[in-house]
Ligand binder design. Structure first.
Ligand code: RNT
Ligand code: ZN
Length: 431
């Protein structure tokens, strides 16, 4: 007899979720942690969600010819990728209903809506993003921005702001200046500062011999771009270890941007997929926050050569969130997601990653930190270790479930049903 298939998306009863939480809250209280407070704090942290998961980083531009992807390679051909701004927005509306807590949205300059007209990147204006602004305003969500320095014919020999081609470098400087003006208009319109993050793909595939020249040019180009502070913009710069096609040398390396951010007073972006696989980004938070004002975290998950897998509740992610909370640095850290997987349902990819980050933030906020740190301070290493281990046995799941209930989003895996229903609807429209 075939077994009846188990419906794993069946949500738990709300009364059970509440009862489990009541017991869990007592366990945490016994360790000096206020679960209610942790839950509220975790849900209040804005997470900026990347628009580019919706369409595999294709963008909405009108191109004249084929352009190189510029080191960002989305792989997979799962059906249903969004084909225009309206579809991206509809997809995110569907995803946002399944993610607990405060959200922002994060767009790139290549998502300009120009009414079918070709507007080059150095001529972009705030009006080309009016529809994004209106949508964000209606949903009371902040909107973040990025200049797009890839997938364009002015990327010369893999270089943009660091190019020795004066015309190309000037073009990208104009683009970056235009995008800062746009970010400022966004921040002003929405009454919430717009994070404008600069990432460039510049680098060389093999055995670069001139490593100083491009960095020198990048330094001066950035200084020109960031010369004037804008009141509604948080400027950030993002490093990378290597990219596809620039395995040997990345102009904007970690050391370059760490020093740049520290000396220029801009935010430093740590993309979790942009470091050596065994290098701990978590450990960098306290070290660098003593010298830079703000950090932007691009939550991502590297696997082998790829830095952009869907975020999960991994040791690495938890370690970063733990460090943010333990360092008392939540006020200095901005949280964003950065990945793109074209091989699975893209709405689900958003939901999985955003829920994972929110979960990791809650997990960090509900740590019995005082109790554990007290043992460390007293030199009792064994007790500290025992408590660190004990943390993993605490009924965290009951708190997370309750947080979802409280935030009015599906508990457990029940959100998969909503995504499946939306997929049928979207597929009807998109074919
Ligand atoms: C690329 C960087 C960058 C991009 C987005 C699209 O390696 O991580 O943040 O992913 O700007
Ligand atoms: Zn990134």
């Amino acid at each position: 007899m075939p077994k009846k298939a188990l419906d794993v998306t069946q949500p738990p009863k709300a009364a059970h979720v509440r009862a489990a939480y009541k017991l869990a809250r007592e366990r945490f209280a016994a360790l000096g942690v206020d679960a209610d407070q942790a839950m509220r704090a975790a849900l209040a942290i804005p997470i900026s969600v990347q628009c580019w998961q919706a369409d595999d980083v294709r963008g909405l531009e009108v191109h004249e010819g084929a352009v190189d992807s510029g080191g960002l390679q989305a792989t997979g051909n799962y059906p249903g990728a969004a084909r225009n701004g309206d579809e991206i927005r509809a997809d995110f509306d569907a995803a946002a209903a399944l993610i607990p807590g405060k959200l922002r949205f994060n767009i790139h300059a290549m998502y300009a809506e120009t009414g079918g007209r070709r507007v080059d990147r150095d001529e972009l204006e705030p009006k080309h993003f009016a529809r994004w602004i209106d949508w964000s305003k209606a949903r009371r969500r902040g909107l973040d921005f990025n200049p797009t320095l890839f997938a364009h014919p002015m990327v010369k020999d893999g270089l943009t702001l660091s190019s020795s081609d004066d015309a190309a470098r000037a073009f990208w400087i104009r683009h970056c200046l235009a995008t800062r003006r746009i970010a400022n208009a966004i921040g002003k319109a929405l009454g919430s500062p717009c994070i404008n993050n600069i990432w460039i793909p510049d680098g060389r595939k093999d055995s670069a011999v001139d490593r100083m020249g491009p960095r020198h040019r990048l330094l001066h180009a950035l200084d020109e771009v960031l010369d004037r502070k804008l009141p509604h913009v948080v400027d950030a710069v993002e490093s990378k270890l290597f990219g596809i096609g620039c395995e040997d040398y990345t102009v904007g390396s970690h050391e370059f941007y760490l020093a740049y951010a520290a000396t220029r007073g801009v935010a430093l972006c740590y993309d979790l997929g942009h470091f050596h696989p065994t290098e701990s980004v978590a450990d960098k938070l306290s070290a660098t926050l003593l010298f830079v004002d703000k950090l932007l975290i691009h939550a991502s998950r590297g696997i082998r050569w790829d830095s952009d897998h869907v975020v999960r509740f991994t040791d690495e992610l938890r370690a970063v969130c733990d460090e943010a909370v333990r360092s008392g640095a939540l006020g200095d850290i901005l949280w964003a997601l950065d990945y793109f997987d074209a091989s699975i349902n893209r709405v689900a990819a958003w939901v999985i990653g955003a829920r994972a980050l929110r979960k990791a933030l809650l997990y960090a906020l509900i740590e019995p930190f005082e109790a554990i740190a007290g043992r460390e301070e007293a030199g009792n290493g064994a007790a500290k270790l025992a408590l660190v281990e004990h943390r993993a046995e605490l009924p965290f799941a009951a708190v997370w479930d309750y947080a979802c209930l409280w935030a009015d989003v599906p508990v457990g895996a029940a959100w998969l049903r909503d995504v499946a229903a939306y997929e049928i609807h979207a597929r009807g429209e998109r074919g």
